[in-house]
Ligand binder design. Structure first.
Ligand code: ZN
Ligand code: ZN
Length: 311
């Protein structure tokens, strides 16, 4: 509960000790067993609530317990808006997460993928992140061949063949902050048509990176990549937005999409991840995580973007 004078962190008896140890900037309060009622009793006047998180049921109860003197006002995304610009310590935490994930990619390159199942590779990625002291920021995607044409494919218990493309999307969470990086690998040699699509996505990705800077309109950065892909007639195969903010959560603001409002600011951390997905054949996505600066951006995900062949 944040008021003009107080910042309270309500928790129940199970977490009081931990809260006292870990919570910074808020006063830990041991709440009554009915926490929502306890919280409602502390409100007065206009009270904003996170309408993008509160369930309808919890809202009705809050309204009921808060009584007549309290006006509840939907105030979703207020905190998230503040979070979009990272301070130097946050940027350092994200760079460390990205660097750790990069080492996991290097390990994957050495270890290889052909002949192993997607699930086996995905589990190894998670294990490797944990061995290095991080958590997976999200369940890794490992998607070979036609499965790679699904942007959010779940790893299957299916062997990765030779001479195919494999989309790998993975990030680390370290000290609370996430990273996010996609590379598309080849397990051997692939045909010229697939190579051409790979180079197209790489060109679109690099064109968009050049468009990233403080003051750039979010939708124009998306458009920079989209134009490159549309020129080749593959526009309808790039069905998602160019990128998203990353921070405490792996998906947060600002969004880089066709319809996004607003401009990038220095200190935003966003992904740049165009993809081309040919249903039934294969998919290609290349994703970097970057920190926006006044005159461009700093790329936090250094793994090579030339097509890397792994066995
Ligand atoms: Zn990703
Ligand atoms: Zn992403």
């Amino acid at each position: 509960v944040v008021t003009r004078d107080d910042r309270l962190f309500l928790t129940d008896f199970r977490y009081v000790e931990q809260a006292e140890e870990q919570v910074r900037g808020f006063e830990p309060v041991r709440a009554e067993r009915d926490m929502l009622a306890d919280l409602a009793g502390r409100l007065s006047g206009r009270a904003g609530f996170e309408d993008h998180h509160l369930t309808v049921k919890a809202f009705r109860k809050l309204e009921d317990k808060a009584g007549d003197g309290v006006e509840l006002v939907a105030a979703g995304e207020v905190v998230e808006g503040l979070r979009e610009v990272k301070d130097p310590a946050e940027l350092a935490a994200m760079a460390a997460a990205a660097e750790l994930a990069d080492a996991v990619y290097e390990e994957l390159r050495e270890r290889g993928m052909a002949g192993r199942t997607e699930l086996d590779v995905a589990r190894e990625l998670e294990r490797s992140l944990r061995d290095r002291g991080a958590e997976p920021a999200f369940p890794p995607i490992v998607a070979a061949g036609s499965h790679g044409a699904r942007p959010h494919a779940e790893p299957r218990d299916v062997e990765i063949p030779r001479d195919t493309l494999v989309v790998v999307d993975m990030g680390a969470q370290l000290d609370g902050y996430c990273s996010d990086c996609t590379r598309t690998f080849a397990t051997g040699s692939i045909d010229d048509a697939a190579l051409e699509v790979y180079e197209l996505v790489r060109r679109a990705q690099e064109t968009a990176l050049e468009a990233v800077r403080a003051g750039a309109a979010c939708r124009e950065v998306d458009g920079a990549a989209r134009d490159v892909i549309e020129e080749t007639g593959h526009g309808e195969l790039f069905g998602h937005g160019l990128g998203h903010g990353v921070g405490l959560e792996v998906h947060e603001g600002p969004r880089l999409t066709k319809t996004a409002e607003g401009e990038l600011q220095a200190g935003n951390t966003v992904t740049v991840e165009p993809g081309v997905y040919l249903p039934g054949e294969y998919g290609v996505r290349i994703e970097d995580l970057v920190a926006v600066t006044d005159d461009g951006c700093d790329v936090m995900t250094p793994f090579p973007k030339t097509l890397v062949s792994v066995d």
